[in-house]
Unconditional design. Structure first.
Length: 264
């Protein structure tokens, strides 16, 4: 090969490599661009409602020491709430699950293994949801349709998986912080005087936290004194014809269609 032909070959090769690199970079830029402008889907953090209603919820993933006491306090105060249970907890404490169902409380799904859902594929998310779902159905005959992702961790795939399983994805706007074990009075004050507490608030507690059972009666009384009716999440949220704002607040769409569901 002559020297000129060799130079031409090398130049053509270099140009080809540059074009390939630019095309690859453009694909990365386009993907980043597309991801940046994909609307973020949100779970329900709270509900826009004219009714003076709030929802108490309890995540059940570890232990059941206070379960009976919590149920007793709820019964005494004639209050229904929502329990979000993991598959492992359901399997370990089947009698508690049956007692919750018998008392008329919402049975909520908290995944099978309490994993960070955003690290899973959509198929794995569906598996986490349906394994816990089937355990509760076998125990109680009830179909769950409320899901709370562990750690409040979610992304669009998680929301899509939840919807595909026939569920509503639920977060909270009032965190009791009961898991920090700051004490009974601190826990009561955190909930009853929370800056976000208002009509349609969803309150997060845990059935296994150190002071939750001790504080529960006073929390209920404090909420009632402020004029709130405590209802389970299933009675608070809109099941269809709703939209979500950027904060995860659910709004009813009057005269809307099913197509309005889960629009951000």
């Amino acid at each position: 090969m002559s020297e000129n032909k060799l130079k031409l070959f090398l130049i053509i090769g270099a140009i080809a490599l540059i074009i390939i690199a630019l095309m690859s970079k453009n694909e990365e830029v386009q993907e980043t661009f597309n991801n940046s402008f994909t609307p973020k889907k949100l779970p329900i953090y709270c509900v826009d409602t004219p009714k003076n209603q709030v929802a108490l919820s309890f995540d059940a993933a570890w232990g059941n020491t206070d379960s009976a006491k919590i149920l007793e306090i709820l019964k005494k105060n004639k209050v229904s709430v929502t329990f979000f249970m993991t598959g492992e907890w359901i399997e370990k404490y089947p009698d508690d699950v049956k007692a919750i169902a018998k008392a008329g409380h919402d049975l909520g799904n908290h995944s099978e293994n309490h994993k960070h859902m955003s690290t899973l594929t959509k198929e794995q998310c569906r598996d986490e949801i349906m394994k816990a779902h089937n355990k509760v159905k076998e125990l109680t005959g009830k179909e769950m349709n409320l899901f709370r992702p562990p750690y409040g961790d979610y992304n669009n795939d998680v929301i899509d998986a939840v919807n595909e399983c026939g569920y509503h994805c639920i977060q909270w706007d009032v965190d009791s912080l009961d898991w920090k074990n700051y004490g009974v009075e601190n826990l009561i004050n955190t909930v009853v005087n929370h800056k976000h507490l208002g009509n349609g608030s969803i309150i997060l507690c845990h059935n296994g936290a150190k002071y939750t059972a001790q504080a529960l009666d006073s929390i209920i009384k404090g909420l009632k004194e402020k004029g709130y009716e405590i209802v389970p999440i299933s009675k608070l949220i809109y099941k269809k014809n709703y939209q979500m704002d950027h904060e995860g607040r659910q709004f009813e769409v009057t005269g809307g269609s099913e197509d309005s569901k889960n629009m951000n």
